[in-house]
Design a protein around this ligand. Sequence first.
Ligand code: HCA
Ligand code: CU
Length: 380
Amino acid sequence: VANFNCIDTTLREGEQFANAFFNTEQKLKVAKALDDFGVEYIELTSPVASEQSREDIEKICKLGLKCKILSHIRCHMTDASVGVETAVDGLNVVIGTSSYLRKFSHGKDMDAIYKVAGEVVTFIKSKGKEVRFSSEDSFRSDLVDLLKLYRYVDKLGVNRVGVADTVGCANPRQVYELIRTLRGVVNCDIECHFHNDTGCAIANAYCALEAGATHIDTCVLGIGERNGITPLGGLAARMYVADKAYVTNKYNLHKLRDLENMVAQFVEIQVPFNNYITGYCAFTHKAGIHAKAILNNPTTYEILRPEDFGMTRYVSIGHRLTGWNAVKSRCEQLDLHLSDDEIKEVTRKIKELADIKPLNIEEVDSLLRVFDKKLELTSH
Ligand code: HCA
Ligand code: CU
C-alpha cells in the first residue's frame, strides 16, 4: 500500500449518527482536534442543510487549519451554487446510481445523471474549487453505468471520483476488484467510503488502498448513519501495521485518545471496551503464558506498540490464568523481595482464591505484601 489520505467526515457523516447534535463550539473543537491529529481533509455538512450549518462552515474555515476543508453536497446546481460561495477548499458531490436510489430516491435515469453531473462539475471547477464526484450505493449499481460515469467526470477534470458502500454490503474482495478496475479507467484520485453494517469497513478500506484508492473517508469512533463507517483509529491501527514509519510520521497518534474521548462525550457514548488502540483492554495481557512472554519482549504478543499511541501496557495478574513470572514482575514493581519459591507459592494462593471470587489488584498486592513481611520476620 502506497500513500493514502484520510478525509475525516465526523462533521458530516458523523452528524448523521443517531445521537450526534453538534453545536458550533463542539464542531470547532472537533475540527481543531482532527487537524492536530493530522488528517489531510475534513468534510462538513452541506451549507444547504440549515442556516446554522452554513454559518458553522464559515467559522471552521476561519480557524486557519492545516487540513483542507470540504463540504458535502448533492449533485444539484442549487447546492453547488451555495457551496461555491462558502470558503471551503472543495466540494464533495454525491448522487445515487443504484437502481434502488434511482427509483426510490431522486428518480433520475442515467441520462439525467450525466447531464446534472456535467453541469455541476464544470460549474464548481470554473469557480476554482476542488471537486469530487461520488456515486452513492456504488456496489449495487450497474458496473458499466458506473465506469462510464466515472470516466465522463474524470474527463471533465474532477480531482477525485468517489466509491461509496452506502449500505455496507461490500466485502474486501469485491472492493479490491471494483477499485482495481476503476484504477484502469480514470486518471484522477479515488476516494472510498465504507459503511460498517457487516463489520468490513476497515478491511474494505485497506483493500481499496491496495487496489489503488488514494483517499479514505473516516469518522472518529466510526460514528455515522446506522452503525457508522470506517473508524479513524481503526484505520490508523491497520495502516500502522502496514507501514509504521509512514503512519507515525504523518499522524500525531498520541492525540487519538483525547480526540475520541471528546467526540464520545459530545455524542454521549462510551468508547467501546474493544476499541482499536484506546479500548480499555487493548493493551492488557492476561494469560500466564502471554504475560511471561510480554515481560520478556513485548513484540511477542503486541503488534501495536502502546507507547506510539501514548498508551500503556497492563499485565493482569489477579486471576486463575495467572503465572508466576507475571507475579514476580508485580513484586518488582512494588519493590517486594520474595524468593522464586515464595512467588510460586503466592501464585498458587492467587489461583486458589480466584477460583472462589474475582480479585482486584489491591487484594493481590496485599497477598504479596504478606509474603514480604514473612520474609522480614524470618530473617530477623
Ligand atoms: C449517505 C451518503 C453517503 C455519501 C458518501 C459519499 C453514503 O447515504 O448519507 O459522498 O461518497 O454513504 O453514500 O454518506
Ligand atoms: Cu455514508
